[in-house]
Ligand binder design. Structure first.
Ligand SMILES: [Zn+2]
Ligand SMILES: [Zn+2]
Ligand SMILES: [Zn+2]
Length: 351
């Protein structure tokens, strides 16, 4: 998939407006760079949270008060008041508290906007560098090639800002494609990951239910209120949807996600070598090849009815496993964006 290269004109050029434009046009990297420039313009310093602006590790103890003396001015004959500061010994001066470790004594810290701008630019440059076929340097460490210098900058900025910029309940984030592709590499970590590229979360790996929501326990997914015998009365827990809310809608509202890998959904390989997803679940359980009906219905491709000795089922077929997985990814992005009120992605154009 390639990014649009045509610069867009956005009605709202404030930082908030540009954040929204990034989410609305997830393949448009230029908008992210425009946002980075705007963030630099508004970047400022704020009161240091550690020392509350004092600049010292401890709040300094107030010194002795100045003594007021009255004198007669010989030129005018009037009485004037003069403040006399008590002498400060070298020992007192040496007793000044050490500077605040967070702000180094300045009393203010950057507000984070400049760093947010910088990781967008560094990652966009890194993507271009990789696309240019220059990503095959394997030295690493102290290597001074552009790619490795950018990677080190990326790591520093990401570590500093990850919690502020990308946090979402139950989700972990990485800039490392290998970690993202194989999150079990480091044992039992979180099972929901966001991959941060070009300054934003672009890909998500999560269980299907985490994204779209699970079956409503009260109505067992039917959407009907079973206490009410008039059929069609909505289940009060899930207002008739049959599902508990998923995280996908919230995630796409904040991040330009274009790819979702459902960790517990696997297409089935048919005898003729094609791959398919089944509509619905067998025996109430989510079998790996079965998708909830509303997800299945958003997949592109024609539905075919197949029969097995025991049952009939609806399925959608794809030539390769990858094609089936990508079709599911597009459906998951589409469903979440629609619920978030975002414009649909024109997949034909952006692929
Ligand atoms: Zn401080
Ligand atoms: Zn290198
Ligand atoms: Zn329900």
């Amino acid at each position: 998939m390639t990014a649009t290269t045509r610069p867009r004109h956005h009605a709202d050029e404030t930082a908030d407006g540009l954040f929204q434009a990034v989410v609305e046009h997830p393949f448009d990297t230029l908008t992210r760079l425009v946002l980075a420039d705007r963030l630099d313009e508004i970047a400022t310093r704020e009161t240091c949270p550690t020392c509350n602006g004092w600049g010292t590790a401890e709040r300094p103890t107030p010194g002795p008060l100045p003594r007021i003396e009255e004198r007669v001015d010989p030129a005018t004959g009037r009485t004037v008041r003069v403040a006399k500061l008590p002498a400060v010994s070298t020992r007192d001066l040496l007793r000044l508290p050490p500077p605040c470790p967070t702000c180094g004594g300045a009393g203010t810290v950057p507000d984070g906007n400049a760093e947010r701008a910088e990781i967008i630019r560094v990652q966009v440059e890194l993507t271009e560098w990789e696309a240019g076929g220059r990503a095959d340097c394997s030295w690493g460490g102290t290597c001074d090639c552009l790619g490795h210098r950018l990677t080190r900058l990326e790591a520093g900025l990401f570590t500093t800002g990850v919690d502020t910029w990308f946090s979402h309940p139950g989700m972990a984030f990485t800039v490392n494609q290998e970690w993202f592709d194989d999150p079990n590499l480091f044992g039992d970590g979180p099972n929901t990951w966001g991959l941060v590229r070009n300054g934003f979360v672009e890909e998500v790996r999560c269980p299907l239910d985490w994204w779209v929501g699970g079956e409503c326990g009260r109505c067992q997914g039917t959407g009907y209120d079973r206490r009410d015998l008039r059929l069609g009365s909505d289940c009060p827990d899930c207002p008739g949807t049959g599902r508990t809310p998923g995280h996908g809608t919230e995630v796409v509202a904040r991040h330009p996600v274009t790819k979702v890998a459902a960790t517990d959904a696997v297409p089935y390989r048919a005898n003729d070598g094609t791959w398919y997803w089944m509509r619905g679940r067998v025996d109430g359980d989510l079998n790996e090849n079965g998708l909830p009906a509303d997800v299945f219905d958003r997949l592109d491709g024609a539905t075919e009815i197949r029969s097995e000795p025991e049952y009939l089922f609806s399925a959608k077929y794809y030539p390769t496993r990858e094609a089936a997985v990508e079709a599911l990814s597009r459906a998951l992005v589409d469903i979440a964006r629609e619920k978030a009120g975002l414009p649909p992605i024109n997949w034909e154009v952006s692929q």
